[in-house]
Write a protein that binds this ligand. Structure first.
Ligand SMILES: C[S@@+](CC[C@H](N)C(=O)[O-])C[C@H]1O[C@@H](n2cnc3c(N)ncnc32)[C@H](O)[C@@H]1O
Ligand SMILES: [Zn+2]
Length: 308
């Protein structure tokens, strides 16, 4: 299995690793970032979280050589605080979250993430979760589908595609990724089908975000996880999509400069206490070399904030 970790060198640099510290990788995936961190943690330890059992199994093998300096746990990174409580860990020296899907999730033909492979419409990262892509496409109201295609996928033809889904499912259930691709194609004007990006890319992304409540998970994580950092500890978040990046940027801003007092107040009376300082004014993006090697990195943006 081949998977190149995005912005690996930059992450290692910005994490400012203390060789005896405790770190969280909230999206352990195939363990690429975790491995690079553990190699710089001779006396420290890493807690790796993922909600995908298959990812944890793979990462467990890859990271086995680090013995008990690595602890892998299944869960949603939105529950980072609760997971740390269970492990009896109060504060950590750094955290990293690399959002999006991993290459095995995309490439496993049976998981239904990919518009390139015909499979059951599933798309669950956590295979024990209840909501699937099939359920969304067959039961959510047409208006709701239009809204997710538009907001999560930035799909211009959201309305036409939602209408086509509704029309199809009235005749027969929509079961496979292949059917969904065909419905999307059928609803789009011919000119749009000739664009470089695959016509189904945006709607697949939208449904995946909805199935896995990706934005809700991110918001809950951003709300709570930074409180578990030691002073000077850093949080790194890599996003692949503008909605996610906006949430990260806004959450950091609110903790950095969230005073809501009128500008002419001599002192702050709203009770705001600064808890983060943003380390990177602008998001860090992959170098030209990285992009040449790994097309998946194309839309990656890394933001770094430090606990104060
Ligand atoms: C892009 S991959 C991570 C790759 C990893 N950084 C590496 O270098 O191998 C993203 C991983 O995050 C997991 N994931 C996504 N959202 C999650 C969430 N809310 N909670 C826990 N894991 C999540 C996915 O299951 C996937 O395995
Ligand atoms: Zn104030």
């Amino acid at each position: 299995m081949r998977h190149v970790s995005v912005l690996l060198r930059e992450c290692v640099k910005y994490l400012n690793i203390d060789p005896a510290g405790t770190y969280v990788d909230g999206t352990v995936g195939l363990g690429g970032h975790s491995e690079a961190i553990l190699e710089r943690l001779p006396q420290g330890r890493l807690i790796g979280i993922d909600r995908d059992d298959r990812a944890l199994e793979y990462a467990g093998e890859r990271l086995a050589r680090f013995g008990d300096r690595v602890k892998l746990v299944k869960g949603n990174f939105s529950d980072t605080g609760a997971l740390l409580d269970l492990l009896g860990v109060e504060k950590v020296n750094g955290m990293i979250f690399d959002l999006g899907v991993s290459s095995p999730q995309l490439d496993d033909p049976d998981r239904g993430f990919s518009y390139m492979r015909d499979a059951e419409l599933d798309m669950r990262m956590d295979e024990r979760a209840h909501l699937t892509a099939k359920e969304i496409l067959n039961t959510w109201p047409e208006a709701e589908l239009r809204s997710i295609f538009w907001r999560y996928g930035e799909e211009r033809y959201a309305g036409r595609i939602a209408a086509a889904v509704a029309e199809r499912r009235a005749r027969e259930p929509i079961e496979t990724t292949g059917q969904f691709v065909e419905i999307i194609r059928g609803a789009m004007p011919a000119a749009a089908l000739r664009e470089k990006q695959h016509p189904a890319k945006r709607c697949f992304q939208a449904v995946r975000i909805a199935v896995n409540d990706e934005l809700g998970s991110l918001e809950r994580m951003l709300d709570t996880a930074p409180d578990r950092l030691v002073r000077g500890g850093r949080m790194l978040v890599i996003t692949f999509q503008s909605l996610e990046d906006r949430l990260v940027k806004e959450a950091i801003r609110k903790r950095e400069d969230g005073c809501t007092c009128p500008r002419d107040f001599p002192v702050c009376t709203c009770g705001f206490v600064q808890t983060l300082r943003s380390v990177t004014r602008k998001p860090v993006t992959p170098s030209a070399e990285e992009l040449a090697e790994n097309p998946r990195a194309r839309s990656a943006k890394l933001r770094v904030a430090e606990r104060i």
